[in-house]
Design a protein around this ligand. Structure first.
Ligand SMILES: [Cu+2]
Length: 407
């Protein structure tokens, strides 16, 4: 089910790009910013004021706007390795704007030119409080009618180190390593409260990103990747039943090799851009404990507004769908010693869900001084809708900050 949706979503998200260019139709824009001169890449001293009709210039691009790598890549006539290329209006896709990187919560959104390396660090904090079944809230005492223990709150912190490297213009390689800390508060029927913590290196993610079509205002990319099960599925902590393996949402890794697949499209105007991305994770087989986490689908779309050559802001909708668990970990008890269902987090068929988030972000691209070329970004938001196979903890808010530096 999720796999079919993923394929459909990737196809739908990329269709406008193909149609728009194939038909050579530019939307008619009656605003001032539509009066765009062809980009002059030799322009030495671009204006640095806030302006609605400023065309920001990529100083690092060769004067003719073309890259001379001489490598054709595997995509035949569809792909031109000398990106970025001008379209018939003379517009050249600009990869050196604050909004030419997606909001920091989006990954695998941009490629690099041959020989470039990018280092990145992200910090994410997420807070989940209270339970939900379907799309309505359920109280703790409500959950305790059916279960011996209820989770009441969870926080997740993640540090993510990333590196990107482009051996050629047509592929950018990526590696990301998360370090995750999860903390969950619980209440027992008898009123006792307890907290468990899971903390470890997460699953190493390796990927390759293909900028298959970068011309004029359009940027189309595909990415494939593999998640390597370096993260723990053996997290233990003290519970009322003694020291035990923690339930599924407190584990750090998936335990399985996971295939990752995605596609994105960004449309760029002189002062704003619109991007959309669809991606998914497919678990391959089961892990050592004979279960696999549900497959996931993510579809996100954002609008970025460039206030100047160094700052942009964004608004983003983010949809996540994740499945239930296949199989079960026999180390995780599902009932207490007298046979009462123990806790909803131990139930493989109460883990799936869907969520739609609204997020606001700011990207900074430092153009001068000793931090020249460094990017800093922040993005935060909250769900506007969620539907969970519960009882399951609901998400309340998410914030992410990041740093990126390419050289
Ligand atoms: Cu990068």
């Amino acid at each position: 089910m999720i796999r079919h949706l993923l394929i459909a979503a990737v196809a739908i998200s990329l269709t406008p790009a193909l149609l728009a260019d194939a038909r050579h139709i530019e939307p008619i824009d009656t605003s001032l910013s539509s009066i765009e001169e062809p980009v002059n890449l030799n322009y030495v001293d671009p204006p640095r004021y806030l302006g609605l009709d400023t065309e920001f210039v990529d100083h690092d691009a060769p004067a003719d706007g073309h890259r001379d790598t001489g490598e054709g890549g595997p995509f035949g006539p569809f792909f031109n390795p000398n990106w970025p290329l001008a379209d018939s209006t003379g517009y050249v896709y600009n990869g050196a704007r604050p909004d030419s990187h997606a909001p920091i919560g989006v990954m695998a959104d941009h490629a690099h030119h041959k020989g470039e390396v990018m280092l990145s660090y992200r910090y994410m904090y997420m807070e989940m409080k209270g339970n939900r079944r379907g799309d309505s809230r359920v109280s703790n005492s409500n959950v305790l009618e059916d279960f011996f223990v209820t989770p009441t709150k969870m926080t997740m912190q993640m540090h993510m180190l990333g590196v990107m490297y482009a051996p050629t213009d047509w592929v950018t390689l990526m590696a990301m390593l998360p370090i995750v800390r999860k903390k969950m508060d619980h209440r027992v029927r008898n009123g006792v409260r307890f907290t468990t913590v899971g903390e470890d290196i997460g699953d190493l993610k390796l990927g390759a990103l293909f900028p298959v079509y970068v011309k004029g205002r359009h940027n189309v990319q595909f990415n494939v990747g593999l998640s390597v099960p370096t993260g723990s599925i053996d997290e233990k902590d003290m519970t009322p039943l003694g020291r035990a393996v923690l339930p599924y949402p407190m584990q750090i890794g998936s335990g399985t090799v996971d295939a990752m697949l995605g596609g994105s499209y960004v449309y760029q105007r002189s002062n704003w851009s619109w991007g959309t991305q669809a991606s998914g994770v497919i678990r391959m087989g089961r892990n050592d404990e004979d279960y696999s986490l549900g497959d996931t689908l993510n579809v996100t779309t954002w609008f970025g507004w460039n206030w100047s050559e160094w700052i942009s802001s964004s608004v983003r909708l983010n949809y996540d769908l994740w499945g239930n668990i296949d199989g079960q970990d026999d180390r995780i008890a599902r009932t207490n010693p007298i046979g009462i269902p123990l806790v909803p987090t131990a139930e493989p068929d109460r883990r799936g869900g869907q969520r739609l988030d609204l997020l606001l972000g700011v990207n900074l691209y430092i153009r001068d001084g000793f931090l020249k070329g460094h990017r800093f970004a922040i993005e935060g938001g909250m769900p506007i809708w969620q539907k969970l196979e519960g009882p399951q903890l609901e998400t309340d808010w998410i914030i992410q900050v990041g740093w990126q530096f390419a050289f």
